[in-house]
Write a protein that binds this ligand. Sequence first.
Ligand code: AMP
Length: 215
Amino acid sequence: MRIVLLGAPGAGKGTQAKKIIEKYPVPQISTGDLLRAAVAAGTALGREAKSYMDKGELVPDSVVLGMVEERLRQEDCKKGYILDGFPRNTKQAEVLDGMLASLDMPLNAALSVDVPFEDLMKRLTGRRTCKACGQMYNIYFNAPRKEGVCDKCGGELFQREDDKEDTIRKRLEVYNAQTAPLIDYYGKKGILKSVSGTGSIDEIFCRVCNALGLQ
Ligand code: AMP
């Protein structure tokens, strides 16, 4: 199973990727997570990426492509993978196609998770994460019992720098301009599947399974 997940920031790609790999244990490769790990580790790559991420812009292809290629060459990707948040523009999609052709591992599907703009704004601006244990909340849909405090461990909740309103608008603009054209790109290749990303996580997952033909 080699799948690309497409969808705007906040569409729930990461959540659905986690549900898929509970059933089909393949690596979930999230370029956002890889970049955040590099930022946290303070590597040269992380320092370069941070300035773009904080502004809601795409990190340059030169940084992201090398990182993805290295990851895809690891042994655990032989059984498949889910790419979450990559590719983000046509150039990345073309390079990915070339990489996979040389490895003889073409994509099986590109799954687009579609959510209306207003819902995306609430999902993203409402998002809070626990500093201590990483548990995620949403102040509109899934609020902690006590404001600013994690239900699970009592840790302090924070808002990701790139989840602040101005940055979110920028991220959504970048998505429309650079990433949304990939829907057409994969449509033309005949591997695009689309599902509505509104409703409960389980409802959406059910649509995802149907679209991908998972049992
Ligand atoms: P995400 O968690 O996928 O929303 O990614 C957070 C941020 O990381 C994005 O706003 C970009 O700045 C950067 N990023 C993640 N994936 C990519 C990618 N494939 N290409 C360029 N930048 C990326």
